[in-house]
Design a protein around this ligand. Structure first.
Ligand SMILES: [Cu+2]
Length: 287
């Protein structure tokens, strides 16, 4: 390649890079990790950004040195390789500098891990159970539970030769028949387990993903700051309908949540004297 060809290439590259911020500003939020709606997800996001920039700066330094060396000391310019090995100072530096960077990164990472595991002082508990292929949510100490499966609209459209264009279905494969209703502003502890195979409960806006394993209970927590609808999916390959067990969390202000809870309690209350001895059973079979 001639020098003028390299210059032309460099000019073209500069023109493309000059337009990059326009594209990036439009799509960056979609490309990047979500900030989510909980203090947990915010902490995860901040940690992610910090480590990302450490990686970017390290990458620029390392690749900058490589490309500088390749260009500056190329054979065509008559460069002759120096013949030496074992340099105590260099070896000390390339061991010590990465070690210091790792230790510095470990401090905020450890802080985040401790925060993630801290389910103490939670205000309520939701037990999440994975089934092939739906979720069950138990509102612990409230006597309320619900099953949540793929919404009928998506379920019909997904059938072979259904004749329905999935693009016309709202929230295709991300809509459920019954949402997990939660209050905002309360620290909610989640106990995650499964009844058949391993699933994983994942709502990106909450900032975490937990394996749902038969015979084990995994813990996590969320304090949702903003009312809204947050969608997620099963994130562990759990069988043929793995792609058809979405999650929808509806976060409501405290008063609305209480109203929903009371209404649901009334709906699930045993209706006859017979079923009173086995609360919930009649409701469970009716789901
Ligand atoms: Cu699953």
């Amino acid at each position: 390649m001639t020098t003028s060809a390299i210059r032309r290439g460099a000019r073209r590259m500069a023109a493309v890079l000059a337009m990059a911020p326009l594209v990036a500003s439009a799509d960056w939020d979609k490309l990047n990790l979500t900030r989510g709606v909980t203090p947990y997800s915010e902490e995860v996001y901040q940690l992610h950004m910090l480590i990302l920039w450490v990686c970017v700066i390290t990458g620029i330094g390392v690749f900058g040195a490589i490309f500088y060396s390749i260009l500056k000391f190329r054979k065509s310019k008559g460069a002759v390789a120096a013949q030496w090995h074992e340099n105590t100072l260099v070896e000390f530096l390339w061991t010590a500098v990465p070690a210091v960077i790792l230790v510095v990164m470990a401090i905020p990472a450890t802080k985040a891990l401790v925060m993630m595991e801290d389910v103490a002082h939670s205000d309520m508990t939701i037990k999440v159970t994975g089934y092939q292929w739906r979720w069950r949510y138990d509102y612990i100490n409230e006597g309320v539970f619900l099953y949540s499966g793929l919404a009928r609209t998506s379920d019909v459209a997904r059938q072979l030769n259904s004749g329905i264009d999935p693009k016309t279905v709202d929230n295709y494969l991300l809509e459920v028949d019954r949402e997990l209703v939660l209050p905002v502003g309360r620290k909610i502890r989640f106990l995650t387990t499964a009844s058949d195979v391993i699933h994983a409960w994942w709502v990106p806006a909450l900032g975490w993903k937990r394996d749902a394993i038969p015979g084990y209970i995994n813990e996590s927590w969320a304090l949702i700051k903003e009312p809204g609808v947050y969608r997620g999916q099963c994130a562990e390959l759990c069988g043929k309908d793995h792609g058809f067990m979405p999650i929808v969390v509806r976060a409501l202000p405290e008063a609305e949540y209480k109203a929903w809870l009371e209404k649901t309690k009334a709906e699930q209350a045993p209706k006859t004297a017979d079923s009173a001895s086995a609360p919930g059973v009649s409701v469970a079979t009716a789901q």
